[in-house]
Design a protein around this ligand. Structure first.
Ligand code: BTN
Length: 265
C-alpha cells in the first residue's frame, strides 16, 4: 500500500471537495482528526481517510464497525454559509452523492433510508453523520461530514448483532470493488451536489433523494427517545423533513435524534 493511495485522486484547488486527502493507517475516529485539522484552519473540501478506526462513531452514540483494509471511513470538512438548523440537510445531500457513486459499482441496488443510511439490496452498506462545529456565539464554523461505506467486507466479517441488517458492495454484487475509484466517484458527486445546493437550495437535490427513497409508501415507526409515531412515509419535503401520514394527519419529522423502525420488515 503506497504512503497515501488516495493522493492520486486529489483534484482541484482548496475549496473543491477532495482537493486534499489526508490518509492514516489507524485513528480513533476520522471525525476527531478532522476536527483538529479544521481547528487549525483546514480548507473546505479537505478529507481525512483512515484504513481502520478504533473508535468509529455512528449516530445516536452508536459505534461504527471499522475493520482494516476493507472499507471507506472518511470525514470531509465543509465550510458552508448556512444556518445551524440546516446542517442536517447536508447528510441528505451526502446520501444522494453516495448513492450516485455506488450506482457506478452496484447498479440498480442502491436506496436511501431517511435520514442517513445508504442501502444496497435492502441492507445498510453505509452511514452518514453531519456534526456541526460552532463558535461560542453558536455561529457555524464548519461541518464534519462523516461517511462510512462497507466496500469489501465479507459476510463472515459482519458482527453477529449486525448480520441481518448490514451488507457491503462486495456482498451485494459478488465482486471486489476498487476503493480508490469509488472514492473518486464520491468526491465528484459530492462536490457537484454540494455546489448545486449552494446555488439553488436543498430543493434542487430533493427529486434525486426521493428517487432513491427506500421507505416511501412503507409503514414505519419513528422513535424519538420514549416517544413513538407510527405512519406511512410520503417522502421528504423541500427542507429535508420526513413526511409521514399518521392517524392524526400529516406529520413532519425533522432530522435529529430519531430512528426509524419497521424498515427491514
Ligand atoms: C451512522 O449510520 O450512524 C453514521 C455512521 C458514520 C460512520 C463514519 S465512518 C467515518 C466517520 N468517522 C466516524 O467515527 N464516523 C464516521
Amino acid at each position: 500500500m503506497p504512503a497515501n493511495p488516495y493522493q492520486s485522486i486529489e483534484s482541484g484547488t482548496p475549496g473543491r471537495i477532495g482537493w486534499r486527502i489526508h490518509y492514516f493507517d489507524e485513528v480513533g475516529s476520522t471525525q476527531k482528526v478532522a476536527a483538529e485539522l479544521a481547528e487549525e484552519g483546514a480548507a473546505h473540501g479537505t478529507i481525512v481517510i483512515a484504513e481502520r478506526q478504533s473508535a468509529g462513531r455512528g449516530r445516536m452514540g452508536r459505534s461504527w464497525h471499522s475493520p482494516p483494509g476493507l472499507n471507506l471511513y472518511q470525514t470531509i470538512i465543509l465550510r458552508p454559509a448556512m444556518p445551524l438548523a440546516e446542517v442536517p440537510r447536508l447528510s441528505l445531500v451526502a446520501g444522494v452523492a453516495a448513492a450516485e457513486a455506488l450506482e457506478t459499482v452496484a447498479p440498480g441496488m442502491v436506496a436511501l433510508k431517511w435520514p442517513n443510511d445508504v442501502w444496497l439490496r435492502g441492507r445498510k452498506a453505509g452511514g452518514i453523520i453531519a456534526e456541526a462545529v460552532t463558535d461560542p456565539g453558536q455561529g457555524l464554523k464548519c461541518v464534519l461530514l462523516g461517511i462510512g461505506i462497507n466496500v469489501n467486507l465479507a459476510a463472515d466479517q459482519i458482527p453477529d448483532e449486525l448480520r441481518d441488517k448490514a451488507t457491503s458492495v462486495r456482498i451485494a454484487t459478488g465482486r471486489l470493488c476498487d476503493r480508490i475509484a469509488l472514492e473518486a466517484a464520491l468526491c465528484n458527486r459530492l462536490d457537484s451536489r454540494y455546489m448545486e445546493v449552494q446555488q439553488h437550495g436543498f430543493a434542487a437535490v430533493r427529486p434525486a433523494w426521493q428517487g432513491y427513497s427506500a421507505l416511501t409508501g412503507r409503514r414505519v415507526t419513528i422513535v424519538d427517545g420514549d416517544a413513538r409515531i407510527a405512519g406511512t412515509v410520503r417522502g421528504i419535503d423541500a427542507e429535508g423533513a420526513l413526511m409521514l401520514d399518521t392517524a392524526s394527519g400529516p406529520t413532519r419529522i425533522l432530522t435529529g435524534d430519531v430512528s426509524v423502525e419497521g424498515a427491514y420488515d
